[in-house]
Write a protein that binds this ligand. Sequence first.
Ligand SMILES: [Zn+2]
Length: 93
Amino acid sequence: MAYTEQQMIAVVTALGGTVEVRKYEDKSGDYLIDAPKGSVWSATHTHALREDFANSAGFSWKPKTVASLMTDVLCGIQKCDETDCDMCGEVEL
Ligand SMILES: [Zn+2]
């Protein structure tokens, strides 16, 4: 089944993360999905997922992008175990 942008935002929010839908002046756009502070996405071991959903010609392939991002989002989050991580700063133990 296909997920909508709203469903993707709901899943990310439930995990404590945030979704930024960014649209640029040249009509291109992307999603920036941040994991909650102190956590990384298990699928990529990164703090943020980013993927384009439209190009400068205004052509949008949002459903495909949402499906691709949901694959990573549904793998969940895990604690960032990088020491001196710039993204996390001081993490209380
Ligand atoms: Zn970190």
